[in-house]
Every structure is written in C-alpha cells, then in structure tokens.
Design a protein around this ligand. Structure first.
Ligand code: PRP
Ligand code: ADE
Length: 179
C-alpha cells in the first residue's frame, strides 16, 4: 500500500504539549530524524522541485535546520552556511535580533559565508511566526545573497510566517501543516 507523504510525516513527528512554555504544542522532529524512511522522504520532497536549479549554498538555521540543510546541500551539490545563535561563530559576523513563537534571541552568520549574487536556499524544520526565517533573510540579503527559496518540513499557518516571508519576496516550500 502507498502511504502518502503527509501520512508518513505526520506519523513520524511527535507533539509535546506545553514545551518549552505552557500553551505551546512543540512539534518534535527528532522522531522523524530517527525514522530512516521518513527522514529520506522529507529531504527528497524538499529538494525535488529544485533539481537542475542552480543553487550555490544552503543556509541552515541552528539547530534543526543544520540537520535537514546538510542533507539537502549534499543532494543539491551545494555548499552550506550555518546561521547560528549569537556567540558561536569564530570569525567576523553579521548579527540580527529576532522574535519567535516562544521568545526573542539573536542570530549570526559569518560575513564571508556568502558572496554577492550567490543563489541561496534557506532551510529549517518549521516555520511558525516567521521571525527566525525573517532574521536569516535579513542577514543573507545584507551580504548580497539572492534567496531563491525557503524550505521547511512543517508550517504553522495560523502564526503567519509563510505570508510574512512571501511579503519579503521569498518563495516558500513546506510539506505539512498543523492548524
Ligand atoms: C524553532 C524552529 C525554527 C523556529 C521557528 O527553533 O526550529 O528555527 O523555532 O519559529 P518562528 O517561525 O516563530 O521564528 P528554536 O528557536 O526552538 O531553536 P532550536 O532549533 O535551536 O531548538
Ligand atoms: N518553533 C516555533 N514554534 C514551534 C513549535 N510549535 N514546535 C516546534 N518548534 C517551534
């Protein structure tokens, strides 16, 4: 029997109530990552529209965007840019403050991680308010990147992140959503 992509992914992702704060339903992809079939399927589905498209680099957002982004970079023969929480990168950085569903933080990228005009795909596991992806978009564009797409396994549409990114002219690809 053929199991749909949506069923495969929904079955593989676990929801933790009240984490990290009361009222948050945390969509935990560690169970998806531990499921070889679901992990492979998620990566394949995220990349397949971009096979044959020139993408120089994947920018992965710490921490879960590193795991998916590394696999996607390998599939697309692209380089990888880590976008990290502040204070983790050793060389000269650009920094931006951002807010997300359950807090505020700052993220950084190495100044020399991207050259002007390079085509970059942004990758993370989930988009909620879009604050994190918006911050990453600002950093990449500040250094002259051309963001061709932003890809996420999970969309939480009620929180408006997808629309926020589309307003910034970033094409968004997501695989499943939760109301
Ligand atoms: C989660 C998720 C995204 C972000 C999305 O990361 O992996 O990066 O939240 O939220 P937003 O769309 O409201 O900005 P988190 O900050 O929990 O970091 P982690 O991956 O290091 O756990
Ligand atoms: N990041 C922001 N909101 C989240 C949620 N509900 N589950 C997992 N990661 C998140």
């Amino acid at each position: 029997m053929n199991i749909s992509l949506e069923e495969t992914l929904l079955d593989a992702i676990r929801t933790i109530p009240d984490y990290p704060k009361p009222g948050i339903k945390f969509r935990d992809i560690t169970t998806l990552l531990g499921n070889a079939r679901a992990f492979r399927r998620a990566v394949d589905e995220l990349v397949h529209p971009y096979a044959g498209t020139k993408i120089d680099k994947i920018a992965g957002i710490e921490a879960r965007g590193f795991i998916l982004g590394g696999a996607i970079a390998h599939q697309l023969s692209a380089g990888f840019i880590p976008i990290r929480k502040k204070g983790k990168l050793p060389h000269e950085t650009v920094r931006v403050a951002y807010s997300l569903e359950y807090g505020i933080d700052e993220m950084e990228m190495h100044r020399d991680a991207v050259a002007p005009g390079e085509k970059v795909m942004l990758v993370d596991d989930l988009i909620a308010t879009g604050g994190t992806a918006e911050g990453a978009t600002k950093l990449l564009r500040q250094m002259g990147a051309d963001i061709v797409a932003a890809c996420f396994v999970i969309d939480l549409p009620e929180l408006g992140g997808r629309s926020k990114l589309e307003t910034l002219d970033v094409p968004v690809r997501t695989l499943i959503s939760y109301d």
